[in-house]
Design a protein around this ligand. Sequence first.
Ligand SMILES: *[C@@H]1O[C@H](CO)[C@@H](O)[C@H](O)[C@H]1NC(C)=O
Ligand SMILES: *[C@@H]1O[C@H](CO)[C@@H](O)[C@H](O)[C@H]1NC(C)=O
Ligand SMILES: *[C@@H]1O[C@H](CO)[C@@H](O)[C@H](O)[C@H]1NC(C)=O
Ligand SMILES: *[C@@H]1O[C@H](CO)[C@@H](O)[C@H](O)[C@H]1NC(C)=O
Ligand SMILES: *[C@@H]1O[C@H](CO)[C@@H](O)[C@H](O)[C@H]1NC(C)=O
Ligand SMILES: *[C@@H]1O[C@H](CO)[C@@H](O)[C@H](O)[C@H]1NC(C)=O
Ligand SMILES: CC(=O)N[C@H]1CO[C@H](CO)[C@@H](O)[C@@H]1O
Length: 311
Amino acid sequence: MSPLGRRQALRLMFLLLGMGMSLERSSCPSQCSCQNLAVNCTGQQLLELPVAIPLDTRQLILAANNISYLPTVELTFLADLVYLDCRKNLLGDDLDFTFLGMAKLIYLDLSFNNLTQITFSTFSHLHSLVVLKISDNPNLVAIKKDAFSNNTWLRHLDVSRTGLTFLDTSTVQDLPNLSFLAFSDNRWHCNCSFLDFITWVTESNVHFPDADNITCYTPEGLRALKMPAVEAQLHSNCLTQLYKQDYIFLCLIGFCIFFAGIMAAWLAGICAVIYKVYTSKGEEEEEQEEDSHLGSALQIPLTPIMRTEGR
Ligand SMILES: *[C@@H]1O[C@H](CO)[C@@H](O)[C@H](O)[C@H]1NC(C)=O
Ligand SMILES: *[C@@H]1O[C@H](CO)[C@@H](O)[C@H](O)[C@H]1NC(C)=O
Ligand SMILES: *[C@@H]1O[C@H](CO)[C@@H](O)[C@H](O)[C@H]1NC(C)=O
Ligand SMILES: *[C@@H]1O[C@H](CO)[C@@H](O)[C@H](O)[C@H]1NC(C)=O
Ligand SMILES: *[C@@H]1O[C@H](CO)[C@@H](O)[C@H](O)[C@H]1NC(C)=O
Ligand SMILES: *[C@@H]1O[C@H](CO)[C@@H](O)[C@H](O)[C@H]1NC(C)=O
Ligand SMILES: CC(=O)N[C@H]1CO[C@H](CO)[C@@H](O)[C@@H]1O
């Protein structure tokens, strides 16, 4: 290689190196502070996800901005993200299929936003999720039954102060690692399904930080009633309903047995009469023996009737 060529190669190398270094430096979004793989953009009145977030970022804090939308593709580039804080933004409507490529995400804070519903598709790709905060979303009215069925590592779930009226027990009951669940100050509709939920709450080992502050919102008669009282009230309401159903069922069964007994006795009687008519045409000497047969044939169907009378 000629000296000229070597000098050019050297210049090219320095150029590339400088470009790399400047890329590295410019790679922190202007409104944010970056250090140790953490990007902090708290309180910058951002309207959307800032551009040029370093791709190796582990912790991203977007708290207290005006972000109303998270672009799926840009988030997918941040494949190493383990901590995402979006509290106090304007995220709303539909977050389904937003968190697709973030298999390492452990901590997700979406509290103080405008979420409306959680379905299976909202968090189903977050296989490592351990902490999920969706409290203080006043328009959140529905969490689908299978919403967390792929988040088996979930330990900490906060759904306080939302618009929820109902949460299916299986939604949280089947989470093997759940150890913290906050759900106070919602608009709980206290029907017999809610009794299921409360029963699970009293029996499970999960920590419920605000269990004594959980109140009913509807029906009117139970409004503002607190947990232990609600449980007692619902117990008596829902269990008497159960007893009534049981009684009707038992009566029906009793009637069926009674009716079957009568039918059996009637059929046996007819058979006996037919038998007697046939045999009386035959030999007369065996009449004594047949009479005793007839007697036992008539006694057997009587026993079911006596049993039903015993009940
Ligand atoms: C992020 O920045 C805000 C203010 O700029 C600060 O209050 C907060 O403690 C920072 N958070 C972290 C985790 O460094
Ligand atoms: C962000 O939202 C706050 C309150 O919601 C509002 O006062 C402020 O003007 C908004 N900022 C921008 C840049 O839209
Ligand atoms: C929150 O969402 C509801 C329903 O989608 C919408 O009507 C409302 O304007 C939103 N509020 C804010 C502050 O974006
Ligand atoms: C949910 O989890 C199951 C089992 O781990 C997996 O087969 C499925 O692909 C997951 N679904 C999504 C949408 O990630
Ligand atoms: C209780 O109310 C919830 C929400 O309104 C409803 O989905 C559920 O079916 C109700 N359960 C019963 C037993 O009525
Ligand atoms: C329960 O509610 C009362 C008043 O409403 C409040 O003072 C108390 O801190 C609450 N307790 C918990 C554990 O949230
Ligand atoms: C700590 C703990 O209980 N971990 C369990 C979390 O759930 C998975 C199953 O999805 C278990 O394998 C872990 O043992």
